[in-house]
Design a protein around this ligand. Structure first.
Ligand SMILES: Cc1cc2nc3c(=O)[nH]c(=O)nc-3n(C[C@H](O)[C@H](O)[C@H](O)COP(=O)(O)O)c2cc1C
Length: 228
């Protein structure tokens, strides 16, 4: 089983990366797991231009790494996203990936097991957790858990036994949920069902040609097969 961990901080040895590395260490103790960390800072990601062509073609016309990262996410069985708090929200590089990555309309995380990781120094780490969790739920994932850790800049984020234990527990829970094919929290499933079946699907079906790329993604991933 493949697990992709995404570090959206530009600091490859920062607090977020250190927590992701701890999760990776736990996951790698399982022989059936193939896990690795992707640092967004290694990739070229331009802003979404808002042309909406991807809804029809199924992919972005910009020649950078957005499609490659989306494909890596699509191929994974589980996705862990780590983000520092910037100005009470997710950092710009993560927002750019969300805008470019075919997440919600194309249901990129459909059926995947996910874990959100936020770090912060003073306030609003919880806003980052909420943004990541909303992304996961709206894009069809099973949310395994969330980690939100307060740090001091350039100091070890897992500086207590309880923080380290919590991170390890969440990593093990992600593994357990994947292997047991857990269905996830009932409230989360109701939220996704409502967002998809009441919000997104009727909206897309009203204009099948304009959203043919979206419908193709759904068909290929076994999410929904629209009668043409
Ligand atoms: C531009 C910028 C904005 C930040 N804004 C906040 C903030 O609103 N609230 C907060 O608690 N910490 C804030 N921080 C601190 C980071 O969230 C914190 O140091 C985080 O752990 C850094 O993670 P990293 O080492 O993985 O980059 C900010 C840091 C930067 C660089």
């Amino acid at each position: 089983m493949r697990i992709l961990l995404i570090n959206s901080s530009f600091r490859k040895n920062g607090a977020t990366a250190k927590i992701l590395n701890e999760i990776l260490k736990v996951l790698k103790t399982h022989d059936d797991i193939d896990a690795s960390i992707l640092h967004l800072s290694d990739f070229k990601l331009d802003y979404c231009k808002g042309c909406s062509q991807c809804f029809q073609t199924g992919e972005c016309y910009l020649q950078d790494d957005a499609e490659h990262i989306s494909n890596l996410i699509a191929e994974a069985d589980a996705v862990v996203v780590g983000a520092p708090t910037y100005a009470s929200s997710i950092p710009g590089q993560m927002k750019t990936l969300i805008d470019r990555g075919h997440f919600v309309m194309e249901q990129l995380n459909h059926g995947k097991y996910t874990l959100s990781v936020a770090t912060y120094e003073n306030a609003d780490g919880i806003s980052v957790v909420k943004s990541l969790n909303k992304l996961f739920l709206y894009s069809g994932a099973v949310l395994s858990g969330s980690i939100c850790i307060k740090t001091v800049f350039n100091q070890e984020p897992l500086n207590s036994r309880s923080k380290k234990d919590n991170v390890r527990k969440q990593a093990e829970r992600l593994y357990w949920n994947m292997t047991k094919r857990a269905k996830g929290n009932i409230i989360h499933r109701i939220i996704h069902h409502t967002v998809f079946h009441v919000g997104i699907k009727p909206f897309v079906l009203k204009e099948k040609t304009r959203y043919s790329g979206v419908l193709d993604h759904w068909k290929r991933r076994g999410i929904f097969n629209a009668a043409v």
